[in-house]
Design a binder for this molecule. Structure first.
Ligand code: SF4
Length: 441
């Protein structure tokens, strides 16, 4: 069947991609006569080849229960919501989404309407997807091409060999034992990389957090949601942390070791232990990059960490507008101002600072968010933005953000990225924490 073409945003014509849906058994299939539709907030747009790319390797497909897909009817040339398979009367159909691999940021979420009584979607990011010439295509932009978490380079048998090796190397180390569960049970790519001796190793340390993020993946109090991993229940000793870090640094070129992982609270809550651990590492080597992923809530704890030898920080933000930040992070005992102060303190003391920008199309790319981000980057000149997909129900998230502050129609993530690049040409864009050899040239 000849693919219908449309005039794309920049005047060239490109082929619409066919819609994919699922039945109640979770079988995914393409629906002839209908094109995939992406949502960038309220604006729904038929997806075409120029707005999508081949589904990145390692991405997963999910069907969305209790929801009705919105598709582009090619014959009637309009968007329709379709509760049933037009070719199998009575068969309910459901929207399909892509959980894209690391390094790809979503530009559109799937278009759908909730059925009455629909619950919250589980904690994943949901990207729009379609079918074209025998392949799935995803509505994403690539922001990082480093194979740090490319599953093709992380074979399970090699991970298991690494686990055995580390059991011999660090027999009584509780942190090493915890990372085994991360790698083998939770499938954490950072945990796997420790046992494979690749790129970046995780150093989870904190059972506690002073935020209460809607989409926290280590501790959920919302009965409608399940956290994807258990939060670490102990704080490793400085020696245990240093031993794991040094083991990784000694065998990996341009190694990165990172505090602040998905299986813990916030590392700033145990800053004293981390200062002692960093000192123990730096007494033995100046190699490797010591990084901290954090909510940046406690500015007064930053200087001792940097003086001990912390090289870089990555601060998580869903928005730089306080009402939207507060509505998502639900901070306790700190505010957005403290996060900005942490960034300023770290920059002033020579640390590399990245923002971990939790993106949701239809919110992140609204004019209000764009203007606020540009103003924030002027006032707080960080070195990098890591574009991440927010792991939360997109429709419910947009509703919460709309309750928190006004939002105009989305401009599109590509345009947002262009504006940031034009205004801040030296700002690095990516997905992964860079080794210091990259930014201290
Ligand atoms: S800052 Fe991290 S650990 Fe704390 S609530 Fe948010 S996601 Fe969870």
């Amino acid at each position: 069947m000849v693919a219908k073409r449309i005039n794309s945003a920049h005047g060239s014509s490109s082929a619409l991609i066919t819609a994919v849906v699922a039945n109640a058994r979770g079988e995914i299939f393409d629906l002839a006569g209908f094109a995939a539709v992406g949502s960038d907030g309220p604006p729904l747009s038929p997806l075409s080849t120029d707005l999508t790319r081949r589904l990145p390797h390692g991405s997963e497909l999910m069907f969305l229960p209790d929801r009705i897909p919105a598709l582009y009817d090619m014959r009637r040339e309009c968007v329709v919501t379709l509760p049933e398979n037009p070719y199998v009367p009575g068969e309910a159909i459901y929207p399909v989404a892509a959980f894209n691999s690391p390094g790809y940021v979503i530009t559109h979420t799937p278009a759908y309407a909730e059925r009455p009584g629909a619950g919250l979607l589980p904690l994943f990011s949901y990207g729009a997807v379609g079918w074209h010439r025998g392949r799935f295509r995803s509505a994403v932009l690539q922001v990082d091409d480093e194979p740090r978490q490319d599953l093709r380079q992380m074979p399970l048998d090699k991970i298991k060999v690494g686990v055995q090796r580390m059991r011999r190397t660090l027999p009584d180390n509780r942190l090493r034992a915890h990372l085994e569960k991360c790698a083998l049970t939770y499938g954490c790519p950072a945990g796997k990389n420790f046992f494979l001796g690749r790129y970046e190793a995780p150093l989870p340390t904190s059972p506690a957090c002073n935020a209460h993020c809607l989409g926290c993946i280590s501790l959920q109090t919302d009965p409608a949601l399940t956290s994807s991993q258990d939060r670490i229940a102990f704080t490793p000793s400085p020696d245990e942390i240093a031993a794991v870090a040094l083991t990784h640094i000694r065998r990996v070129k341009q190694a990165v070791v990172s505090f602040g992982q998905g299986c813990e609270g916030d590392p700033l809550m145990v800053a004293d232990t981390i200062v002692a651990a960093i000192r123990a590492i730096r007494r033995q080597t100046d190699q490797g990059t010591i990084n901290m992923n954090t909510n940046g809530s406690l500015p007064d704890r930053i200087i001792p960490l940097i003086e001990a030898g912390l090289d870089s920080l990555r601060i998580s933000l869903n928005s730089v507008r306080e009402p939207c930040y507060t509505a998502y992070f639900r901070p306790s005992g700190y505010g957005f101002g403290d996060v900005a102060a942490t960034i300023d303190t770290a920059l002033a003391h020579g640390a590399h600072v990245a923002i971990n920008y939790l993106n949701c199309p239809g919110f992140t790319d609204t004019p209000q968010e764009c203007d606020a981000l540009l103003a924030f980057l002027s006032a707080h000149p960080v070195q990098m933005i890591q574009w991440r997909n927010l792991n939360y129900d997109p429709l419910r998230y947009r509703e919460r953000m709309a309750d928190a502050a006004p939002q105009g129609p989305a401009m599109g993530l590509a345009r947002l990225l262009d504006q940031v690049r034009q205004r801040f040409p030296r700002l690095r864009h990516g997905y992964f924490n860079p080794p210091k050899e990259i930014y201290r040239k």
